[in-house]
Design a protein around this ligand. Structure first.
Ligand code: DGL
Length: 266
């Protein structure tokens, strides 16, 4: 079991930022990645649709004998984590929200925390509930920023158009006076620098990909589930292949990877 792969999934290719951080932190771990490109964006879908998609992907990853499941999508982590846990038995499941909430608890007190993400993530209110449940002194200000994920997928980064869209969202009065900002979408690590520039590096922009990878590393250690081999395999599956997804995937994972299309049983 220790040498089995970590199963990671997302609505598409955004979760590759998490997969990349996991690979950097744990180079001996094999990874099976599934991007549900046929159904993206999850951020615009209903909770029940996101739950159904997440359930069939999890079943596929369990069939591949994955030793742990990582929901590398904030939208699915927000609304489908419980559903996924119901079918995984003793296989541990990680979402991308708890590690960040954990980080905030340890590093912020009496903070003014901004959160940006998809509509599904922001409407679920889950970050805000979990942060305040742990510390009533925190103030949380959430804003849906649905144009950012497609903008990043189209490769608009460090350009006039991305600066304009980012600026338009971040100047929203909801985010006035924040001292920390959670990037609650797995696409956003790619625009972290631009966001930091908007704030002239004056606020703490929270890098969830590294935080999630560190958290999973510690948990696998405590569960005695770290791989004992020095050889790692990587497989990248999608539910709909296009060469443009493959090009973006290489950019998100920062390596020359190949995507393989498969059809999941419903
Ligand atoms: N990667 C997804 C997330 O973290 C955003 C993209 C989508 O809406 O499918 O929420």
């Amino acid at each position: 079991m220790k040498n089995a792969s970590i199963g990671i999934f997302d609505s598409g290719i955004g979760g590759l930022t998490i997969a990349h951080s996991i690979k950097e932190k744990m180079p001996n771990e094999s990874i099976i990645y599934f991007g549900d490109t046929k159904h993206l964006p999850y951020g615009e879908k209903s909770n029940s649709a996101i739950q159904d998609f997440s359930e069939s992907i999890t079943k596929f990853l369990l069939q591949q004998n994955c030793k742990a499941i990582v929901i590398a999508c904030n939208s699915a982590s927000s609304v489908a984590y419980k559903k996924v846990k119901e079918i995984t038995g003793s296989v541990p499941v990680f979402n991308v929200i708890d590690p960040v909430v954990n980080y905030v608890n340890k590093n912020c007190n009496n903070c003014n925390i901004g959160i940006i993400g998809t509509k599904a993530t922001i409407q679920s209110n889950i970050y805000s509930e979990k942060i305040i449940e742990n510390n009533k002194n925190q103030k949380v200000h959430s804003l849906a920023t649905p144009l950012l994920a497609p903008m990043i997928e189209e490769g608009f980064i460090n350009e006039e158009i991305s600066r304009t869209i980012i600026q338009n969202y971040l100047k929203n009065p909801i985010l006035e006076n924040i001292d920390s900002l959670i990037l609650a979408c797995t696409h956003y690590p790619l625009i972290q620098e631009e966001i930091q520039q908007y704030y002239n590096n004056n606020i703490n922009v929270i890098d969830s990909a590294n935080i999630v990878a560190n958290y999973i590393n510690e948990k696998l250690e405590s569960l005695n589930l770290h791989s004992e081999t020095k050889h790692a395999d990587y497989h990248f599956y999608v539910s709909n292949y296009t060469s443009s997804f493959e090009k973006s995937a290489q950019f998100f994972f920062q390596e020359n990877i190949k995507l393989e299309e498969i059809t999941l049983p419903q």
